[in-house]
Ligand binder design. Sequence first.
Ligand code: FAD
Length: 343
Amino acid sequence: FDAIEKTSPEKKAADVSAYRGVWVFAEQRDNEIQSVVFELLGEGRKLADELETELCAVLCGCGIREQAEELIACGADKVYVADHEILKHYRTESYSRVIFEAIERYKPEVVLLGATHIGRDLGPCLAVKAGTGLTADCTKLEIDRENRRLQQTRPAFGGNLMATIICPSHRPQMSTVRPGVMQKSVRDGGRTGALIDLPITFTEDEIPTKILDIIKSVGEKVSLTDAKIIVAGGMGLGSAEGFKLLKELADRLGGVVASSRACVDAGWIAPSYQVGQTGTTVKPAVYIACGISGAIQHLAGMQNSDYIIAINKNENAPIFEVADYGIVGDLYRVIPELMEALG
Ligand code: FAD
């Protein structure tokens, strides 16, 4: 459905033919481009080719100009750069203002953001300013070429069905996209592209949010989206102690530990380890599910892994339906044997 027609009937439909180009918001933290951006560039390239239009990145920050080259190498035809002290740290008001002004001026047909903390904040704000709709947390994007429509698919109703949403009469068509779902673009250092500076039309005094201090997270950092090997545990572990065994296996394999939500709810492990519909979506080369039943909400976050190995003592556990290799047995017997075999 077209969200804006329901929420803001006074907003007139856009002249959709005036809008061209696929834009990717190039989210950075401490001037490091986030990995979801390369996934958006990979997906954006496909969409731009279907629409026979250009792929652009929008980069905001302070001292970030040289990152633009990397975005071009990874598929952007053009990079809009807003490089200014006022944009040093992400703030909703400053980032949305500079990007909205660029949207008004250059009229992109599609705008993609990562469904990260920043993307989930910035996307809705831009959509309201632009008077268009936004589909959050998309896991699949396709183009209806005849109507130049972006078909945005996302899980709905607790992951029980997939909803495909279109934005027929407003532009740009906006989506936040789940990290870890789309294929990253292939880097080509020989690519060339254009850099366009975006003006800053406001002063610090006009931005109501002031950053007084930044306190970095002190918790253990888990990068599930970048991990090549994941050893995930579920309630079959029996207690929080079980994660020690999984950590041992993960360390042997050069991987990281993850968890089902049930273990997070039980207080066995921190929420940052959760894989699934309400956790992180992962796509490692190998995903080893230990004592995880395979509920649909868990599968939603890991079923695109290259190889899935499941260890479960119930041969009818649904996890075996998506597993490439299944081991029926007690994980407390299987994992030590596995480690012994690894030497
Ligand atoms: P269980 O379903 O209890 O499975 C435990 C498994 O371990 C069983 O299959 C059992 O046979 C096996 N087992 C027991 N002992 C052993 C042993 N010694 N050796 C080997 N196997 C053993 N879940 C997520 O994971 N991620 C999400 O993001 C998520 N989001 C949700 C969102 C909503 C709106 C809802 C309603 C639910 C969500 N859930 C999510 C919860 C999900 O529905 C399941 O409840 C959860 O995934 C089950 O976790 P589990 O597989 O660890 O536990």
